[in-house]
Design a protein around this ligand. Structure first.
Ligand SMILES: [Zn+2]
Length: 332
Protein backbone atom coordinates (compact mmCIF):
# COMPACT_ATOMS: atom_id res chain seq x y z
CA UNK A 1 0.00 0.00 0.00
CA UNK A 2 1.23 3.48 -0.83
CA UNK A 3 1.08 5.88 2.08
CA UNK A 4 0.17 9.52 2.52
CA UNK A 5 3.21 11.81 1.95
CA UNK A 6 4.98 9.03 0.06
CA UNK A 7 5.89 9.82 -3.55
CA UNK A 8 6.15 6.85 -5.90
CA UNK A 9 6.80 6.00 -9.55
CA UNK A 10 3.04 5.57 -9.92
CA UNK A 11 2.59 9.27 -9.04
CA UNK A 12 5.41 10.44 -11.29
CA UNK A 13 4.00 8.46 -14.20
CA UNK A 14 0.46 9.75 -13.65
CA UNK A 15 1.73 13.32 -13.63
CA UNK A 16 3.82 12.82 -16.75
CA UNK A 17 1.01 11.16 -18.70
CA UNK A 18 -1.94 13.35 -17.73
CA UNK A 19 -0.88 16.60 -16.14
CA UNK A 20 2.54 17.79 -17.28
CA UNK A 21 1.28 19.31 -20.54
CA UNK A 22 -1.71 20.96 -18.82
CA UNK A 23 -0.02 22.89 -16.01
CA UNK A 24 1.71 26.25 -16.69
CA UNK A 25 5.29 26.92 -15.55
CA UNK A 26 4.27 29.53 -13.01
CA UNK A 27 1.82 28.78 -10.23
CA UNK A 28 0.23 30.91 -7.56
CA UNK A 29 -1.27 28.46 -5.07
CA UNK A 30 -4.21 30.33 -3.54
CA UNK A 31 -4.97 27.83 -0.76
CA UNK A 32 -2.14 26.21 1.19
CA UNK A 33 -1.48 25.70 4.90
CA UNK A 34 1.78 26.28 6.76
CA UNK A 35 2.00 24.87 10.28
CA UNK A 36 4.18 23.39 12.98
CA UNK A 37 3.25 20.01 14.46
CA UNK A 38 4.11 21.25 17.95
CA UNK A 39 1.30 23.83 17.80
CA UNK A 40 -1.29 21.01 17.94
CA UNK A 41 -2.34 19.20 21.07
CA UNK A 42 -0.29 15.96 20.88
CA UNK A 43 -3.38 13.96 21.94
CA UNK A 44 -5.42 15.09 18.94
CA UNK A 45 -2.88 15.92 16.25
CA UNK A 46 -4.28 15.04 12.78
CA UNK A 47 -2.78 11.82 11.38
CA UNK A 48 -1.76 13.66 8.21
CA UNK A 49 0.25 16.23 10.21
CA UNK A 50 1.79 13.52 12.38
CA UNK A 51 2.99 11.60 9.32
CA UNK A 52 4.53 14.64 7.60
CA UNK A 53 7.27 17.19 8.26
CA UNK A 54 7.15 18.58 11.83
CA UNK A 55 7.81 22.09 10.55
CA UNK A 56 5.83 22.75 7.39
CA UNK A 57 6.71 26.28 6.30
CA UNK A 58 8.19 27.58 3.08
CA UNK A 59 11.06 25.09 2.75
CA UNK A 60 8.98 21.98 3.47
CA UNK A 61 6.25 23.32 1.19
CA UNK A 62 8.68 23.81 -1.71
CA UNK A 63 10.03 20.29 -1.27
CA UNK A 64 6.58 18.69 -1.03
CA UNK A 65 4.90 20.69 -3.80
CA UNK A 66 7.71 19.74 -6.19
CA UNK A 67 6.19 16.23 -6.03
CA UNK A 68 2.71 17.45 -6.97
CA UNK A 69 3.75 19.95 -9.68
CA UNK A 70 7.41 19.24 -10.57
CA UNK A 71 9.59 21.86 -12.29
CA UNK A 72 7.12 24.67 -11.61
CA UNK A 73 7.81 27.89 -9.75
CA UNK A 74 5.20 28.17 -7.01
CA UNK A 75 4.30 31.16 -4.85
CA UNK A 76 1.07 31.32 -2.93
CA UNK A 77 -1.47 32.54 -0.45
CA UNK A 78 -0.63 30.74 2.77
CA UNK A 79 -2.48 30.45 6.06
CA UNK A 80 -2.26 28.37 9.23
CA UNK A 81 -3.88 24.95 9.61
CA UNK A 82 -7.08 25.52 11.60
CA UNK A 83 -7.80 22.76 14.08
CA UNK A 84 -9.97 22.35 17.20
CA UNK A 85 -6.86 21.63 19.28
CA UNK A 86 -5.38 25.01 18.33
CA UNK A 87 -7.42 27.46 20.40
CA UNK A 88 -4.79 30.19 20.60
CA UNK A 89 -4.07 31.16 17.02
CA UNK A 90 -1.31 33.66 17.82
CA UNK A 91 1.57 31.17 17.52
CA UNK A 92 0.44 29.83 14.11
CA UNK A 93 0.02 33.41 12.88
CA UNK A 94 3.50 34.33 14.14
CA UNK A 95 4.93 31.28 12.36
CA UNK A 96 3.18 32.31 9.14
CA UNK A 97 4.56 35.85 9.44
CA UNK A 98 8.05 34.52 10.09
CA UNK A 99 7.98 32.17 7.08
CA UNK A 100 6.69 34.89 4.76
CA UNK A 101 9.69 37.12 5.47
CA UNK A 102 11.84 35.11 3.06
CA UNK A 103 9.11 34.99 0.40
CA UNK A 104 8.32 38.45 -0.93
CA UNK A 105 6.17 37.14 -3.80
CA UNK A 106 3.85 35.12 -1.59
CA UNK A 107 1.11 36.41 0.72
CA UNK A 108 -0.49 35.39 4.00
CA UNK A 109 -3.93 35.25 5.53
CA UNK A 110 -4.31 35.47 9.28
CA UNK A 111 -6.19 32.70 11.07
CA UNK A 112 -9.08 34.25 13.02
CA UNK A 113 -11.62 32.98 15.54
CA UNK A 114 -15.12 34.46 15.89
CA UNK A 115 -14.45 35.76 19.41
CA UNK A 116 -11.52 37.87 18.21
CA UNK A 117 -11.78 41.65 18.60
CA UNK A 118 -12.10 43.15 15.09
CA UNK A 119 -9.73 45.99 16.06
CA UNK A 120 -7.08 43.44 17.03
CA UNK A 121 -7.50 41.84 13.60
CA UNK A 122 -6.95 45.24 11.99
CA UNK A 123 -3.84 45.83 14.09
CA UNK A 124 -2.27 42.42 13.39
CA UNK A 125 -2.97 42.41 9.65
CA UNK A 126 -1.42 45.89 9.35
CA UNK A 127 1.59 45.02 11.48
CA UNK A 128 2.27 41.69 9.74
CA UNK A 129 1.26 42.69 6.20
CA UNK A 130 -1.33 39.93 5.95
CA UNK A 131 -3.59 40.41 2.91
CA UNK A 132 -6.56 38.55 4.31
CA UNK A 133 -8.27 36.39 6.88
CA UNK A 134 -8.87 32.66 7.24
CA UNK A 135 -11.93 31.72 9.30
CA UNK A 136 -12.98 28.16 10.05
CA UNK A 137 -16.04 26.38 11.35
CA UNK A 138 -14.20 24.45 14.08
CA UNK A 139 -14.13 27.74 16.05
CA UNK A 140 -17.91 28.19 15.80
CA UNK A 141 -19.89 28.02 19.06
CA UNK A 142 -22.61 26.04 17.22
CA UNK A 143 -22.40 22.28 17.83
CA UNK A 144 -21.94 20.34 15.65
CA UNK A 145 -19.84 23.01 13.98
CA UNK A 146 -20.64 21.49 10.56
CA UNK A 147 -24.17 22.93 10.97
CA UNK A 148 -22.91 26.48 11.56
CA UNK A 149 -24.28 29.49 9.76
CA UNK A 150 -21.58 31.68 8.22
CA UNK A 151 -22.22 34.38 10.86
CA UNK A 152 -21.37 31.87 13.61
CA UNK A 153 -17.73 31.64 12.57
CA UNK A 154 -17.39 34.83 10.52
CA UNK A 155 -19.21 37.58 12.44
CA UNK A 156 -20.19 40.73 10.58
CA UNK A 157 -17.85 43.12 12.49
CA UNK A 158 -14.89 41.06 11.22
CA UNK A 159 -16.20 41.33 7.65
CA UNK A 160 -16.48 45.07 8.13
CA UNK A 161 -12.80 45.24 9.10
CA UNK A 162 -11.94 43.23 5.98
CA UNK A 163 -13.90 45.79 3.94
CA UNK A 164 -12.22 48.76 5.58
CA UNK A 165 -8.75 47.24 5.16
CA UNK A 166 -9.33 45.72 1.68
CA UNK A 167 -8.68 42.19 2.93
CA UNK A 168 -9.60 38.84 1.40
CA UNK A 169 -11.39 36.14 3.40
CA UNK A 170 -11.08 32.44 2.59
CA UNK A 171 -14.33 30.82 3.66
CA UNK A 172 -14.96 27.09 3.76
CA UNK A 173 -18.75 27.02 4.03
CA UNK A 174 -20.47 24.29 5.97
CA UNK A 175 -24.10 23.11 6.51
CA UNK A 176 -25.10 19.95 4.66
CA UNK A 177 -25.89 21.56 1.31
CA UNK A 178 -23.20 24.28 1.27
CA UNK A 179 -23.99 26.70 -1.59
CA UNK A 180 -27.43 25.12 -2.13
CA UNK A 181 -28.34 26.22 1.42
CA UNK A 182 -30.52 29.34 1.26
CA UNK A 183 -29.14 30.77 4.52
CA UNK A 184 -25.58 30.50 3.16
CA UNK A 185 -26.64 32.17 -0.09
CA UNK A 186 -28.34 35.04 1.74
CA UNK A 187 -25.35 35.72 3.99
CA UNK A 188 -22.91 35.67 1.07
CA UNK A 189 -25.05 38.15 -0.85
CA UNK A 190 -25.50 40.38 2.17
CA UNK A 191 -21.80 40.41 3.14
CA UNK A 192 -20.56 40.93 -0.43
CA UNK A 193 -23.05 43.73 -1.19
CA UNK A 194 -22.63 45.59 2.09
CA UNK A 195 -18.81 45.25 2.16
CA UNK A 196 -17.62 45.65 -1.45
CA UNK A 197 -13.92 46.10 -0.57
CA UNK A 198 -13.85 42.74 1.18
CA UNK A 199 -12.73 39.98 -1.22
CA UNK A 200 -14.58 36.75 -0.54
CA UNK A 201 -12.83 33.54 -1.63
CA UNK A 202 -15.08 30.48 -1.36
CA UNK A 203 -12.83 27.52 -0.64
CA UNK A 204 -13.22 24.16 -2.37
CA UNK A 205 -15.37 25.48 -5.25
CA UNK A 206 -17.88 26.85 -2.71
CA UNK A 207 -17.44 23.56 -0.84
CA UNK A 208 -18.57 21.81 -3.95
CA UNK A 209 -17.43 18.39 -2.73
CA UNK A 210 -20.86 17.36 -3.93
CA UNK A 211 -20.99 19.24 -7.26
CA UNK A 212 -24.78 19.35 -7.23
CA UNK A 213 -24.76 21.82 -4.34
CA UNK A 214 -22.59 24.29 -6.24
CA UNK A 215 -24.55 23.70 -9.47
CA UNK A 216 -27.85 24.38 -7.65
CA UNK A 217 -26.61 27.46 -5.80
CA UNK A 218 -24.20 29.26 -8.11
CA UNK A 219 -26.85 31.45 -9.78
CA UNK A 220 -27.55 33.05 -6.39
CA UNK A 221 -24.11 34.71 -6.55
CA UNK A 222 -24.50 36.21 -10.02
CA UNK A 223 -23.82 39.92 -10.11
CA UNK A 224 -21.45 39.89 -7.13
CA UNK A 225 -18.03 41.21 -8.17
CA UNK A 226 -16.08 40.69 -4.95
CA UNK A 227 -16.26 36.90 -4.88
CA UNK A 228 -13.78 34.24 -6.01
CA UNK A 229 -13.55 30.44 -5.78
CA UNK A 230 -10.55 28.23 -5.11
CA UNK A 231 -10.25 24.72 -6.52
CA UNK A 232 -8.44 23.21 -3.52
CA UNK A 233 -9.06 19.54 -2.71
CA UNK A 234 -12.00 19.30 -5.10
CA UNK A 235 -11.60 16.06 -7.00
CA UNK A 236 -15.08 15.48 -8.40
CA UNK A 237 -16.11 17.15 -11.65
CA UNK A 238 -19.00 19.56 -12.07
CA UNK A 239 -18.60 22.30 -9.48
CA UNK A 240 -15.72 24.16 -11.13
CA UNK A 241 -17.42 23.89 -14.53
CA UNK A 242 -20.59 25.46 -13.05
CA UNK A 243 -18.54 28.31 -11.53
CA UNK A 244 -16.72 29.03 -14.80
CA UNK A 245 -19.99 29.08 -16.73
CA UNK A 246 -21.90 31.26 -14.26
CA UNK A 247 -19.18 33.59 -12.95
CA UNK A 248 -16.36 33.42 -15.53
CA UNK A 249 -12.95 31.77 -15.38
CA UNK A 250 -11.49 35.02 -13.95
CA UNK A 251 -13.06 34.08 -10.62
CA UNK A 252 -11.32 30.71 -10.31
CA UNK A 253 -8.09 30.35 -8.33
CA UNK A 254 -5.99 27.21 -8.29
CA UNK A 255 -5.20 25.88 -4.80
CA UNK A 256 -3.38 22.73 -3.67
CA UNK A 257 -4.73 22.64 -0.10
CA UNK A 258 -1.23 21.54 0.98
CA UNK A 259 -0.88 19.32 3.08
CA UNK A 260 -4.22 17.75 2.03
CA UNK A 261 -2.53 17.52 -1.40
CA UNK A 262 -0.40 14.74 0.08
CA UNK A 263 -3.25 12.52 1.24
CA UNK A 264 -4.10 9.58 -0.97
CA UNK A 265 -7.66 9.28 -2.15
CA UNK A 266 -10.52 11.27 -3.56
CA UNK A 267 -13.52 13.13 -2.29
CA UNK A 268 -16.59 11.92 -4.16
CA UNK A 269 -20.25 12.93 -4.16
CA UNK A 270 -22.46 10.31 -2.58
CA UNK A 271 -26.22 10.82 -2.31
CA UNK A 272 -26.79 14.35 -1.01
CA UNK A 273 -23.37 14.45 0.66
CA UNK A 274 -19.78 13.40 -0.03
CA UNK A 275 -17.13 11.07 1.31
CA UNK A 276 -13.32 10.98 1.36
CA UNK A 277 -12.20 7.64 -0.06
CA UNK A 278 -8.95 6.47 1.54
CA UNK A 279 -6.91 3.31 1.94
CA UNK A 280 -8.24 3.07 5.48
CA UNK A 281 -11.98 3.33 4.86
CA UNK A 282 -12.44 1.54 1.53
CA UNK A 283 -11.92 -2.00 0.31
CA UNK A 284 -9.77 -1.50 -2.78
CA UNK A 285 -9.60 -5.18 -3.74
CA UNK A 286 -11.79 -5.55 -6.83
CA UNK A 287 -12.24 -8.46 -9.24
CA UNK A 288 -10.23 -6.62 -11.92
CA UNK A 289 -7.20 -5.99 -9.73
CA UNK A 290 -6.08 -3.83 -6.83
CA UNK A 291 -6.84 -0.13 -6.98
CA UNK A 292 -3.96 2.22 -6.18
CA UNK A 293 -5.04 5.59 -4.85
CA UNK A 294 -3.41 8.71 -6.28
CA UNK A 295 -2.49 11.82 -4.31
CA UNK A 296 -5.34 14.27 -3.70
CA UNK A 297 -3.18 17.02 -5.24
CA UNK A 298 -3.06 15.09 -8.50
CA UNK A 299 -6.72 14.07 -8.39
CA UNK A 300 -7.65 17.74 -7.99
CA UNK A 301 -5.50 18.75 -10.95
CA UNK A 302 -7.14 16.02 -13.04
CA UNK A 303 -10.53 17.50 -12.11
CA UNK A 304 -9.32 20.97 -13.11
CA UNK A 305 -8.07 19.66 -16.46
CA UNK A 306 -11.48 18.16 -17.21
CA UNK A 307 -13.18 21.43 -16.18
CA UNK A 308 -10.90 23.39 -18.52
CA UNK A 309 -11.64 21.01 -21.39
CA UNK A 310 -15.39 21.02 -20.73
CA UNK A 311 -15.60 24.82 -20.67
CA UNK A 312 -13.17 25.36 -23.56
CA UNK A 313 -10.56 27.38 -21.66
CA UNK A 314 -7.67 28.59 -23.81
CA UNK A 315 -4.04 28.30 -22.68
CA UNK A 316 -4.04 31.90 -21.49
CA UNK A 317 -7.27 31.34 -19.54
CA UNK A 318 -5.69 28.30 -17.89
CA UNK A 319 -2.72 30.52 -16.94
CA UNK A 320 -5.21 32.94 -15.41
CA UNK A 321 -6.56 30.18 -13.18
CA UNK A 322 -3.07 29.07 -12.14
CA UNK A 323 -1.65 32.53 -11.44
CA UNK A 324 -3.08 35.53 -13.34
CA UNK A 325 -6.35 35.80 -11.45
CA UNK A 326 -4.59 35.69 -8.08
CA UNK A 327 -2.01 38.24 -9.25
CA UNK A 328 -4.79 40.69 -10.08
CA UNK A 329 -6.71 39.94 -6.91
CA UNK A 330 -3.68 40.68 -4.70
CA UNK A 331 -2.13 43.39 -6.92
CA UNK A 332 1.13 41.43 -7.31
ZN1 LIG B 1 -7.51 23.97 3.41
Amino acid sequence: MMNNWEFTDFDAELFHRELDSFIPDIIFDAHAHWYRADHFNPESIPALVKAGPPIAGGAAFDHAIEQITPRRKTEGLFFPFPHPSIRDVSKPNEFLFHELQSRPNSRGQMLITPDMDPELIREITRKCGFVGLKCYHVYSPTIPTFDSFIEDFLPEPQVQIAHEEGLSITLHMVRPQALADVANQQTLRRYCRKYPNMKMILAHAARGFNAHHTILGIQSLKGLDNIWFDTSAVTDCGAVEAIIRAMGHEKVLYGSDFPVSHLRGRCVALGDSFIWISNENTNLEVPYGKIKLALVGHESLRMLKIAALATGLSDSMIEDVFHGNARRLFNL
